[in-house]
Design a protein around this ligand. Structure first.
Ligand code: CMP
Length: 149
């Protein structure tokens, strides 16, 4: 899923506008976006922080608002992420351990949503579930390709 160009976010209205531009949430009405925002938390992570750790617990979903992060598996770089991209969907969906470490390469700000707030969104908005699946397929293909090297 392509990175989205965001400028610095000031208030809630900006956050709402920004969320509406994220491909995953673009089909939601303003009311629905507001509901997502109410169930989410803005979190600031310092540079170098491992936001999620490979093999660890936790099932929150994280959308990058600003900053850059790297996805690592067994210490190897798998993917780099920026604003508008998300991580944490795998453990959220299957309840298993985190499949990778996601490390903040710069200060990173995320909009983080607990599993119990995010899962109902997938049921209520099949478009979100479909986009999530497409991105999962893309990540699976990329992982398979990397495994051949
Ligand atoms: P989860 O397993 O919950 O926590 C680690 C996250 O890293 C994972 O969800 C995905 O969001 C992300 N991730 C894992 N592997 C890849 C990959 N190959 N490409 C991009 N993102 C990945």
């Amino acid at each position: 899923m392509a990175s989205v160009e965001f400028t610095a976010v000031a208030g809630r209205d900006d956050l709402l506008e920004l969320l509406g531009r994220v491909p995953l949430f673009e089909d939601l009405s303003k009311k629905e976006l507001n509901a997502v925002l109410r169930s989410a938390e803005e979190v600031s992570h310092p540079k170098g922080k491992e936001v999620v750790k490979e093999g660890g617990g936790g099932a929150g979903f994280h959308l990058i608002l600003d900053g850059e992060a790297t996805v690592l598996q067994s210490g190897r770089v798998r993917h780099r992420m920026g604003p508008g991209e998300f991580f944490g969907e795998i453990a959220l969906l299957d309840g298993g351990p985190r499949s990778a470490t996601v490390r903040a390469d710069t200060p990173v700000r995320t909009l983080s949503i607990t599993a119990w707030n995010f899962k109902p969104l997938l049921v209520e908005h099949p478009a979100i579930a479909q986009k999530l699946l497409v991105e999962l397929c893309r990540r699976l293909r990329a992982a398979e390709e990397a495994a051949h090297f």
